[in-house]
Write a protein that binds this ligand. Sequence first.
Ligand code: FES
Length: 110
Amino acid sequence: MNETIRFRIRRSPADGGAGNGYQEYDVPFTRGMSVMDGLDYIYEHLDGSLAYYDHAACNQGICRRCLARIDGQTGLLCQTLVTADTTVEPIPTQDVERDLVTKRGRDRNG
Ligand code: FES
């Protein structure tokens, strides 16, 4: 049996112009997969235009570069396990560079 997880991802162009919105992708579920694993699958198999902090960071919950909003809660993409359909958005208080990538150090609250 092949089970899939639907990822709903907030997309936004670099220029902040037309095209802001959510895009959905169906990803094969594997036990123990993280949200980051799902994004990696999307990037590698479905849509190479998706922008996010990837495993080039640490993938161990240390660097916190992958902080995002996951199903309405702030969390690390690399440490949050996928258990059901998942919505991923950038942190709302940070300036978005593109999709899930924010301008570090330019947090509007920081
Ligand atoms: S990649 Fe470093 S905390 Fe997630």
